[in-house]
Design a binder for this molecule. Structure first.
Ligand code: ATP
Ligand code: MG
Length: 773
């Protein structure tokens, strides 16, 4: 407690304190990047639990004597907890009465962690969650009110796509005419605004496309309900529906979550607004923090009106709106660039951030020849920084599109830099993982026909599509789940022929369901892999199968970890966690590696060194946004988010030539670079040695990049180390080894090293710089 109290007294600036101490009523904290919004949110929670509303906005409601006591307590001169409680006790807020909502699971985890750090045990009770996980929590208990059972499944995009495809097929809607993706996004948009299938179809009269969407939408919702499943959008929509239909349920949650806080409020959509507004209606204690300049999810239905109308919607007075202007994250050069850039957007609530972090280094703008050259500049700079004592984890590389990560990833590998990509190829999108999860899904929820279809014949069990369709037909005719139907397949004429395979499968699922109640999750997983024959199938697939088994083993360790961490672990709980999981959440602060991610995923995070790759027209801003002023503004806000992630060093990198999606583009530097103030940036245009060299093999092209780099840096670079055959060296990643080959190449030297652990590898001397031992 002492530490926490000290924090309150000294660390926050006066405006931050005002926000921290104002406990009751609506509160809008509207402030720029890095001004401590999230920090305020956390401290505000700590204050509520410690002091409740004992402080007024100036921090002065105690008598002088009481203040002196609290000061003494804070500084450790007394530990009279009883007296402290007598002074502030009754006004405290119970942790479980606080609901703090953010956007990613990672942010939620961080919130929890920081709250616990300040409050210890007590902090655990606070519900810090994403919109989705907060709603799933509610729905698991209450969904019977809206026709689901508590083991409902959550369908991801891929699952939804299957359902929509099937719906289109049964409605005779041609995929070539209306792509599944288009229909999906129409439905998702409708849900963002809480438009029901009925309302949608009313609006669609006379419009062929829309009425087709309406039909699919209706069928889709019916299918989901029949499968006891929800998609991502439903999770929030259904919660709102639940609250609107069941006043007593709403009342319960209003009493439970008396204090509501939302971080990144600028990215909420209409449904999310409805949700917080319903929940906070009774007590009116709602605090939202956000930055209109960082609103980057409008394409997903986020509406800035939620911020702009907050004051009116929740009845704020001028005193309930707090602006923070001091930025604690970045140096002045970075901040000036961010301010200048965003000032080109019209229609914003203007604000100007300042910092006393000092000028720092200028923002580096670096031109590269192509995307490989760009990636190698980034890898090179990171290696240099690392040599100079920075951790790998101090670095983040941000880009506009996932497709850009490929070249960057390769450069990291070549330079032996530990890295992690967030987004892109996701663990949970791999076939074997989806298969195993589908098994677990069916074990948990026998009515989940879509997951069932995925695995019923995987491995092959001689059940064709026709059999499966019949099972589903009988199941829907009888209103029994398909596992039940299979078990009784001898009784249904159309299934009798296949009854052996069907009953076997059904009994296996039944056994596993029974087992799932008796054993730990990792044991259950082992049983699934064995009993279903999936493991045996993998073993027949050689190296490929081994890799898949390794991935399944990885899933097992995730389960074990889940079981350790979760309060009340269960199969349902695990599947839920997985369904809500996005890759960004694996950013584990303790591991030391460079983080590669899209700018969208970087929201709310901060890094000492940030690279923004692909700062060229048509990539960023994207070519799509060039014709629309509002889309261009959204791109500019995204640039603002990217730039303001950097604390100390910012590199904006672009390539004159870029191979993307299989074709080569030639682009100029981004207009966003042109919008930056010249005096705060340092433009580097290295003179490139463009003479063709040797065969265009991978290694040579790396060498060529090295040569270009070296010639650009010739004057400053120190004399390179020379190596000879037989010497022992230490490599950062590969460990110790002996040099077995030395070949001068393209201004560098290619070393062939026999490593003890990883065998012989070829590396570039100047690039990897193995240390002699
Ligand atoms: P974003 O808009 O990017 O989400 P934010 O407004 O939420 O940013 P925070 O992440 O809370 O900002 O804070 C940015 C940095 O400033 C953090 O490293 C935080 O620890 C630090 N910070 C915040 N307030 C103070 C303060 N009063 N004194 C010192 N450091 C502070
Ligand atoms: Mg924040």
């Amino acid at each position: 407690k002492k530490q926490a109290l000290e924090r309150f007294f000294s660390r926050m600036n006066p405006m931050q304190q005002k926000a921290v101490f104002r406990v009751n009523g609506p509160l809008l904290i509207l402030a720029g990047a890095g001004s401590g919004k999230t920090t305020v949110l956390i401290n505000r929670i700590a204050n509520m639990i410690h002091f409740g509303d004992a402080y007024n906005t100036t921090g002065q409601i105690f008598t002088e004597e009481e203040s002196a006591f609290i000061q003494d307590y804070a500084e450790g001169r007394t530990d009279d907890g009883k007296r402290l409680a007598a002074i502030i006790g009754t006004r405290q807020v119970r942790p479980w009465n606080i609901l703090a909502i953010t956007f990613t699971n990672k942010a939620a985890g961080e919130l929890k962690e920081r709250i616990e750090k300040i409050l210890g045990e007590e902090g655990r009770g606070v519900v810090a969650a994403t919109f989705h996980s907060a709603c799933v929590r509610i729905l698991r208990r209450e969904c019977a009110n809206i026709g689901f059972t508590s083991s409902f499944a959550i369908y991801d995009t891929d699952d939804s796509k299957r359902v929509i495809k099937a719906a289109m097929r049964s409605l005779d809607i041609d995929e070539k005419m209306f792509p599944v993706k288009t229909i999906m996004s129409e439905i998702s948009h409708a849900k963002d605004s809480m438009i029901t299938p009925e309302e949608f179809s009313k609006d669609a009269v006379g419009d062929y496309f829309k009425s087709s969407v309406a039909k699919v939408y209706k069928k889709y919702q019916k299918e989901l309900l029949a499968n006891n499943a929800m998609d991502f959008d439903d999770i929030i929509c259904h919660t709102v529906t639940l609250f609107e239909n069941c006043p007593d349920v709403l009342d319960h949650y209003q009493n439970l979550y008396k204090y509501i806080m939302v971080d990144e409020y600028q990215d909420t959509n209409r449904v999310q607004f409805r949700l917080v507004s319903l929940l906070s209606q009774k007590f009116g204690n709602i605090c939202v923090v956000g930055d209109d300049d960082q609103s980057i999810y409008r394409f997903r239905g986020a509406t800035i009106e939620n911020i702009l109308n907050f004051e009116e919607e929740f009845g704020c007075t001028a005193d309930d709106v707090i602006k923070l202007e001091q930025n604690y994250r970045s140096t002045q050069n970075i901040l000036t660039c961010a301010n200048k850039l965003i000032s080109n957007n019209v229609g914003r609530k203007g604000k100007n951030l300042w910092t006393d972090c000092g000028d720092g280094e200028k923002v580096i703008v670096h031109k590269s020849m192509n995307e490989r050259d760009e990636a190698s500049y980034i890898a090179r700079t990171i290696t240099e920084n690392n040599d100079n004592g920075r951790r790998w984890g101090d670095h983040a590389v941000l880009y506009r599109m996932n497709a850009q990560s490929n070249a960057l990833e390769q450069a990291m590998i070549k330079a032996s830099i530990p890295y992690k990509i967030f987004g892109g190829l996701k663990f949970y999108e791999r076939k074997e993982i989806k298969d195993i999860l589908a098994y677990l899904g069916v074990i948990a929820n026998h009515a989940d026909t879509f997951r069932l279809q995925r695995i019923i014949n995987e491995p092959k069990r001689g059940m064709g599509d026709a059999t499966v369709r019949t099972v589903l037909q009988v199941s829907s005719d009888l209103g029994e789940d398909p596992i039940y139907v299979m078990e009784h397949s001898t009784e249904y004429v159309p299934l009798a022929k296949k009854s052996k395979a069907l009953t076997e499968f059904a009994f296996m699922i039944d056994d596993l369901t029974e087992l799932s109640e008796a054993v730990t999750l990792p044991d259950l997983l082992d049983a699934v892999v064995e009993k279903t024959g999936y493991g045996a199938l993998m073993k027949q697939q050689g190296v490929e199968g081994e890799m898949r088994l390794e991935n399944i083993a990885e899933l097992k360790s995730t389960m074990a970890k889940y079981e350790e961490d979760a309060e009340d672990p269960s199969l349902d709980g695990f599947l839920e966690e997985v369904a809500l999981y996005t890759d960004i959440d694996t950013l584990d602060e303790t591991g030391d590696y460079v983080a590669l991610m899209t700018m969208h995923a970087a929201k709310g995070l901060e890094f000492p060194v940030v690279f923004v790759a692909g700062m060229e027209d048509n990539v960023f801003p994207s070519s799509r946004s060039r014709d629309s002023e509002s889309e261009l503004e959204e791109e500019r806000r995204l640039a603002y988010v990217a730039i303001t992630r950097a604390k100390e060093q910012l590199h904006l990198v672009y390539a004159g030539e870029r191979m993307i999606y299989g074709s080569t583009q030639y682009n100029r530097e981004s207009q966003f670079i042109k919008e930056l103030p010249a005096e705060n940036i340092d433009k580097q245009v290295p003179k490139l040695d463009t003479k063709p060299m040797g065969r265009p093999s991978d290694n040579i092209s790396l060498g060529r990049q090295m040569a270009m780099y070296n010639s650009a840096k010739a004057k400053s670079s120190e004399p390179a180390e020379t190596y000879s055959v037989g010497e022992r060296v230490m490599h950062k990643k590969f460990g110790e080894g002996t040099i077995v080959g030395v070949t001068p190449m393209a201004g560098d030297t290619m070393l062939e090293i026999a490593f003890e652990k990883v065998g012989t590898k070829k590396i570039f001397a100047n690039f990897a710089r193995p240390k002699k031992i």
